[in-house]
Design a protein around this ligand. Sequence first.
Ligand SMILES: CC(C)(COP(=O)(O)OP(=O)(O)OC[C@H]1O[C@@H](n2cnc3c(N)ncnc32)[C@H](O)[C@@H]1OP(=O)(O)O)[C@@H](O)C(=O)NCCC(=O)NCCS
Length: 155
Amino acid sequence: MATGMKEQQFAGYTLSCKRGRFKVKEVMRLLKLTYWAKDRDAATTRESLRHSHPFGVFAPDGKMVGFLRITSDHSTMYYLADVVVMDEERGKGLGLALVKYALSNRKVCRGKGLLLTHTANGLYEKVGFYNQADRLMVRDPLPDEVYKPSGSAQA
Ligand SMILES: CC(C)(COP(=O)(O)OP(=O)(O)OC[C@H]1O[C@@H](n2cnc3c(N)ncnc32)[C@H](O)[C@@H]1OP(=O)(O)O)[C@@H](O)C(=O)NCCC(=O)NCCS
């Protein structure tokens, strides 16, 4: 699923969503800095990348210093996740630039935008997200054993 979006420059860094730039190991290096995905394994990371749109910030030497993913139906909703910038690169505007770059993709970001956060509300408010606690429901992950091989879930 190509997003058809060009790379952009920001303060000497490159904003990109070219799939070839996203290596599982590199993504995991950044996810280890987060509180929600620090233990995510390689298989899960690979699968999550395959089924979503990755966006990144890359330093002049090509190293990825920021990452996020968007899961979308390209028509009614999109979900922003795994937003992270390397510690030593924070506070330079890279996180906001990356979020803006991703959200400017009209093919992927159509309809209602969703995300979960309890640490970076201020960042997302800058691009139009707001709290709607009265209607949010979530479902936690279930163990694999719950799903029967036939595909009929018991949960
Ligand atoms: C959140 C994170 C991605 C921000 O990246 P960053 O590159 O440091 O952010 P920026 O420099 O682009 O900040 C842009 C603006 O957003 C604001 N902002 C950034 N992080 C924020 C936070 N955690 N809470 C509130 N506002 C925040 C900044 O104050 C700045 O506003 P200003 O220009 O008015 O000063 C980064 O701190 C990070 O990786 N944190 C750990 C992972 C995480 O918590 N991710 C978000 C979970 S949903």
